[in-house]
Design a protein around this ligand. Sequence first.
Ligand code: ADP
Length: 690
Amino acid sequence: MVSLSSGSAGSIAALFLAFALGFLATTLWLRFRLAHSEAQTALREAEIERLRDEIWQARESEERYRGLIEGQNDLILRRDPNDRIVYANPAFLEAAGSDEPVTGRCFSLKSIHTGEVLLTADGARSFDQEIETGRGTRWISWLETMVREPDGRMLRQSVGRDITERRRSEEALAGAQRKAEAASAAKSRFLATVSHELRTPLSGITGMADLLLDTGLTPEQATYARAVKSSGESLLFLIDEILDFSKIESGKLELVQENFDLTALVEGVAELLAPRAQGKGIEIASFIAPRTPRLLRGDLARLRQILLNLAGNAVKFTTQGGVGITVSISAEGRTVFKVTDTGEGISTNRQARIFEEFEHGEGTGAGAGLGLAISRRLAEMMGGSLGVDSAPGEGATFTADIPLVAVKGEPQPQRCFPAGSRALVVARSPFEAPYLCEKLRELGFDVDQAVDASHGLAVLAASPAPLLLVADAAIGEEAARALAGRATEAGTTLRIMLLSPFERRQFGPPAAFGFDSYLVKPIRERSLRSRLVEPIALAPSGNSRSLDAKRTVGHSPFRVLLAEDDEVNALLATRLLEREGAEVDRHHDGLSALEAAVSAMEGKGPAYNFALLDIRMPGLDGHEVARRIRKEEARLRHPPLRLVALTANALQEDRAMALAAGFDVFLVKPVVREDLSRLFAPDTAKSKVA
Ligand code: ADP
């Protein structure tokens, strides 16, 4: 205690101090804890606030998203793997038209038609579906994908867009297209039928006019008959043009590929138009440039049609001068046909329009204004082009530039005369004379051209005599005689006169004027060569190309079986066949013709050399008669009778159908004498006449 008492004061003090310190520490600790817990509370509150904010934001975004989905016109729904609907938006509910809730059920829209299901690379499915809704039928285009829920479940989500309006306009468009196609097919059929119906009576008109012209008519009557014939022919030409145009329009026109001779094509066109040109006092001539391949591959008939149209127009719109047709080869190897005239020309603003259909100049006379439109389309179908270069009063040049394949292995033309051989051409002509000079240069001549007799005489006087003199009869009888005389004196060995067929009749034999021979304009290359190269001989004065020469058809009578229901056409065919020396057995219908053919085969009646069968007949038509005749021949082991189809349908498919039915030859009405007389020629006995 002493120690206690002695040290008690200190101990108490120490104890007190310890207590005080402890108290202080406790207070401090408590204060610290309090402060800490206050801070913690504040922090928690902030956190709560933040989380509240987040929840609020999430809710707002969810609301917005839901609003977006629910405000959609698209149908949206999700199904679980058991096909139960987990979610459907209001658009879907509206389409479903159901008052019952659909969630949790296996519910489907009423489908009328479901289109083809397409699968995309990412596994989505899409298809169109026509559904029945409370507001009528609708077309929905669905896109289905698999989506994963936050809880890991896989749901099938379908989003459907209403495409009813689009489908309806597509259907309307398709309907309109179908109608247009049907109308176009009906138009083509109509044109083909009308053209057929027109051709039959027209062939009667032209054919009868032809027969009439061969009877003893007064000059006045002959003029009228010729007018009937030429009007009929113009009408026929027009029908062909309209038919061609409709074929091109409907894409039915098919080009053929065949080998053909360019010279024959071009010269043939010039010759065909020569009477018309010469009748108007203008010339027509053709020239094929050196190095142009002569044997080509292409659609000969359609090329001829283009050239005839261009050259025909050129003749029509030219009153003085003439028309020249040239062919050359371009640097790209295309065949370039040019038809040049010295006519009225075409103004620049008309130049583009003339290639449009039904476009023709005012007061230009007949013509549907289809020729150039058809020609341009044909040239384009051949991979080429057709254009014009012209100015009013300066003539026109139409150029058809066409890629045609040259057939290999054609012989190259040879020069026939040694270099330095001279020729003098005396002619005033815009095309024939320069073309002739070029042709002579190709043959090896040095050529002088004089435009009239005095110019020609001056050339003769100024230089040594040419080997060859060519003088156009158009310079006049006296001038020609004088030139020939002077040239003969000077030592010219060959004198040729150029004549039109009309002048040929007027002038008489060229020898009377001091000439060795003559060439008919437009000059054919082959004739020129033969006049120059072959021994010089005076040509016979008779017209070797006369169509009036009567054909003999052998000793026994040539018998023809004719089946034709139309009286006029039957009479026409009978007369034409009789002119060829044939005996005609005419039948009014297919059945009676078939019976006649079969009894001839069985030896019960006279044999026929060929049968001419109209395609369109009441009862058995021509095709059926042909098929049955072929069948009977096979049965009786009888050699085939030559069957000739007679039709007013000029379409390619008609031709093919006739050949398939067993016909050998296909003739299009109006039947002309040349077509029929070809049937009697032995070399065409097996060939297919167009
Ligand atoms: P069509 O000759 O039937 O009227 P085309 O289509 O062949 O129809 O010609 C259309 C028009 O182009 C002609 O009417 C004429 O006005 C003009 N034309 C054609 N070729 C020539 C030409 N060589 N010279 C002047 N005009 C021409």
